[in-house]
Design a protein around this ligand. Structure first.
Ligand SMILES: C[S@@+](CC[C@H](N)C(=O)[O-])C[C@H]1O[C@@H](n2cnc3c(N)ncnc32)[C@H](O)[C@@H]1O
Length: 203
């Protein structure tokens, strides 16, 4: 029962974290998507994890909580958020080999001398295809790429998209097409939160 009882206190703790993010106007994954990330990471048991857009570390918590002997790399454009994520994750999981980089993932990733077997993308929607392009050189065979906000508040299904959302929707549509290329990826879409894609890199 110990593990089960701790779920209740963990849920309250996560609600607190989620409220802080909402107060700070940081968009975060839903609780359910967080739990989905937790399950995927537990089953995959990756050794090198990359998160593009780690924010204040709410989604990171779910990804890393069950990792064993893994390294984690978190990137966020917003330095204030990144520092919060670093403080939160390194204090909560002191044994994790975690590195945090503040800046544009498109500039940082090419310089990382690492190959990843799990990547979570949750940053600027219009840039999703560009993230994928630079990731291709940094992925291990059978790496998992999970991406959030695939539905873009259902705008991805709309016939008319407002000017304001056009870049995001176009970026997402291009990303969706790329991850549906069967030569490179085996992809499934999950109707959870704002839509999640899960792709296995075949090369
Ligand atoms: C939806 S929030 C991330 C929330 C976080 N994954 C969570 O659920 O707790 C998106 C984040 O992506 C970051 N971002 C946007 N474009 C980026 C880029 N090119 N490189 C790195 N981070 C970026 C933003 O600063 C923002 O904090």
């Amino acid at each position: 029962m110990k593990d089960l009882n701790s779920i209740i206190s963990e849920k309250e703790y996560l609600e607190g974290l989620s409220n802080v993010s909402i107060e700070n106007k940081v968009p975060i994954v839903t609780y359910e998507v967080g739990r989905l990330l937790e399950v995927i990471a537990f089953i995959k048991n990756p050794k090198r994890v990359l998160e593009i857009g780690c924010g204040q570390g709410y989604s990171t918590y779910f990804i890393v909580k069950n990792l064993k002997k893994a390294s984690f790399t978190g990137i966020d454009l917003n330095n204030k958020r990144l520092l919060k994520a670093k403080e939160f994750i390194t204090s909560t999981f002191p044994e994790l080999n975690a590195n945090f980089y503040s800046g544009n993932a498109l500039k940082i990733i090419p310089d990382l001398n690492l190959e990843f077997d799990f990547v979570f993308i949750d940053a600027a929607k219009f840039e999703y295809p560009a993230y994928l392009e630079i990731l291709l050189k940094k992925l291990k065979k059978n790496a998992l790429i999970v991406a959030d906000n695939i539905f873009c508040d259902e705008k991805i299904f709309a016939r008319y998209v407002k000017e304001h959302d056009r870049n995001s929707v176009e970026g997402l549509k291009k990303f969706i097409k790329l991850i549906q290329n069967k030569e490179f990826f085996d992809t499934k879409f999950i109707d959870m939160g704002d839509g999640v894609s899960i792709s296995i890199y075949k090369k």
